[in-house]
Design a protein around this ligand. Structure first.
Ligand code: AMP
Length: 448
C-alpha cells in the first residue's frame, strides 16, 4: 500500500497546500495524553504530513517503509507511536533487553533521536538511552544494566555490546532502521543485517530512507512485512525555500572569499562544508586567524571534540562550523542561517542534504556554493539532480579536471550571471516493496 502526502507539495514543514482546517491536530491522532502534553510544551500543535499519515498506521501495528529525509518531522513520526505503544508502568524492565530499537548511521543523529525520545516521553514511564562508539563503553553498560525500554544506537557499538553480552535483542517489539541509504553509503549494511538477524521475527518494523537504491529496497523486502509505504518528499524538493547561489572562484581565492563573506555580521550561524577532513582543519585555522570563531566537525575528531564543536555551534560561541559530509544529514541545529559549500560535493545528492541543514522547521535559509574550474562537472550534476539552474556570481573559471573520482569533471559552456528557473522535480517513484505474510496481524493495538 502506498500513501502520498496528500495536498502536500513537498511534505516539508512549510510545504503544505492543504487548508489548515483540513489537517488533523495531534489530538486527532489518538495519542496518549502525556504525549500530547509534551508536544504542546514543545509548541507542536499540527502534525507534519508524515506524522499525520504514519502515526495512526503505526499505532495499529503496521510495518512502514518511509521514503523521507530529515526535515520532514520523521523522528516524531516514529518516536511518538513507539512511546505510546511501549509505555507501560507494569512492564518488567530487564537489564540489557530493550523493547524498542532505533538504529541510526551516525553518533550525532543517534543523540538527536535519543533527545527526541527524552523530550516526548518526559511524562511517561519509559526509559530510553543511546549507544554509540568513540566514547568509553562503561557508562553505557551501567545504563543498560539498569534496564531500558528504548535503545537508540549506531550499529558498531551495538554489535560490540551484543558480543560482550550486555545487550540482548530478543525482546524487541518495535525496530526502526533510520536513514537506511546512509547506512549503505557508510558501509554499515552488513552490520545492519547482523542486527536484524538478532531480532525476534515477531516484531513491528519501520525503515526510513531518503532514497531507495536497490540494496535498500531488497533489505526492506526482507525486513518488513506487508508494509505501508509513505513517501513525503523526493530529496530534490526541500531546496525550494533556500536561496541558492554559486560563486565562481579560483581555488586559491576560496579562503579569502569565505572571510569576505563572513564579514557580513548578519551571517549568524554558518555551516561550512569541506570535502576533506584535512581541508576542514586547515580552514578552521584560517578563519580563527581572521578573528572568526570556528570549529571543525569530522570523523577524525574524538567524540568529545565533536560534541564540544556542536555544543559551541548550538550556543553561538562558534559562528562557523566547518564540517565534512558527516554533518550533511541528520544534523538539526536550529537557526543555521547559511550553508556554505567551500567545496562542491562530488555526489550531487549530498548537495541537497547539506543545504537542508538551513531552512529547518519552516525557516528560510541561504546556501552559497564555491565552484572552481575543477568543480564545473559537479555543478552540472547538482543542477540535474535538483532540476534547477542555480544563480551564479562571477565569471566561470576555465574547466580543469576534477581532483577526485566519483563525480563530474565535465566542463560547462554557459556562464555569467544567470537567473535560476525554479521548478519542482518529479522523481520516479519506486514500486512498493510490500508483501503479505498471509496471516492476520500479529498484534492488535492495545487501547487504553
Ligand atoms: P526531523 O525530520 O525529525 O529531523 O524534524 C525536523 C525538525 O522539525 C526538528 O527540529 C523537529 O523538532 C521539528 N518538528 C517535528 N515535528 C514537528 C511539528 N509537528 N511541528 C513543528 N516542528 C516539528
Amino acid at each position: 500500500m502506498t500513501y502520498q502526502a496528500s495536498g502536500a507539495s513537498t511534505g516539508t514543514l512549510r510545504g503544505e497546500r492543504t487548508a489548515p482546517s483540513a489537517r488533523p491536530t495531534f489530538a486527532d491522532l489518538d495519542l496518549l495524553n502525556p504525549l500530547l502534553d509534551a508536544l504542546h510544551q514543545r509548541g507542536y500543535e499540527t502534525p507534519t504530513p508524515i506524522q499525520a499519515q504514519a502515526i495512526p498506521l503505526l499505532l495499529d501495528g503496521r510495518d512502514l517503509l518511509g521514503v523521507a529525509q530529515t526535515g520532514t518531522g520523521k523522528t516524531a513520526a516514529f518516536a511518538l507511536p513507539m512511546l505510546d505503544i511501549l509505555s507501560d508502568p507494569y512492564r518488567d524492565l530487564a537489564p540489557g533487553r530493550p523493547r524498542g530499537l532505533v538504529l541510526t548511521p551516525t553518533r550525532e543523529l543517534a543523540s538527536q533521536v535519543a533527545d527526541n525520545f527524552e523530550a516526548y516521553g518526559r511524562h511517561l514511564e519509559i526509559e530510553s538511552t543511546v549507544l554509540f562508539g568513540g566514547v568509553n563503553q562503561n557508562p553505557q553498560v551501567r545504563r543498560l544494566k539498569r534496564g531500558v525500554d528504548v535503545l537508540v544506537a549506531t550499529p558498531g557499538r551495538l554489535l560490540d555490546l551484543m558480543g560482550q553480552g550486555h545487550v540482548d535483542l530478543c525482546e524487541v517489539e518495535i525496530f526502526v532502521l533510520d536513514e537506511a541509504d546512509r547506512m549503505l553509503d557508510m558501509g554499515f549494511l552488513r552490520d545492519v543485517r547482523r542486527i536484524v538477524d538478532a531480532l525476534p521475527t515477531k516484531r513491528q518494523s519501520l525503515l526510513f530512507s531518503a532514497t531507495m537504491p536497490p540494496e535498500i529496497a531488497a533489505l526492506a523486502h526482507t525486513m518488513l512485512v506487508d508494509p505501508v509505504r509513505i513517501e513525503v518528499t523526493p530529496p530534490s524538493t526541500t531546496v525550494e525555500r533556500i536561496e541558492q547561489t554559486v560563486h565562481f572562484v579560483e581555488k586559491q581565492r576560496k579562503r579569502a572569499l569565505l572571510v569576505e563573506i563572513l564579514e557580513n555580521r548578519s551571517i549568524d550561524r554558518v555551516l561550512v562544508f569541506s570535502r576533506t577532513k584535512h581541508g576542514a582543519n586547515h580552514l578552521v585555522r584560517h578563519l580563527v586567524k581572521h578573528g572568526i570563531q570556528a570549529a571543525a566537525l569530522h570523523g577524525n575528531k574524538s567524540q568529545a571534540a565533536r560534541e564540544r564543536a556542536l555544543a559551541g555551534f548550538r550556543t553561538g560561541s562558534v559562528r562557523a562550523l566547518v564540517a565534512t559530509d558527516i554533518a550533511a544529514r541528520g544534523l538539526d541545529v536550529p537557526g543555521i542561517t547559511h550553508v556554505i559549500n567551500f567545496d562542491l560535493p562530488n555526489v550531487p545528492e549530498s548537495y541537497v542534504h547539506r543545504i537542508g541543514r538551513t531552512a529547518r522547521a519552516g525557516r528560510e535559509g541561504v546556501a552559497i556554493s564555491f565552484c572552481d574550474g575543477s568543480e564545473l562537472g559537479y555543478l552540472k550534476d547538482i543542477e540535474r539532480e535538483i532540476r534547477q539552474r542555480l544563480d551564479t556570481v562571477g565569471e566561470p573559471p576555465a574547466a580543469r579536471p576534477a581532483q577526485t573520482s566519483g563525480g563530474g569533471g565535465r566542463g560547462r559552456s554557459n556562464g555569467g550571471r544567470r537567473s535560476g528557473g525554479r521548478h519542482r522535480g518529479t522523481r520516479g517513484r519506486q514500486a512498493s516493496t510490500g508483501r503479505s505474510r498471509g496471516g492476520t496481524r500479529r498484534r492488535a493495538r492495545r487501547r487504553r
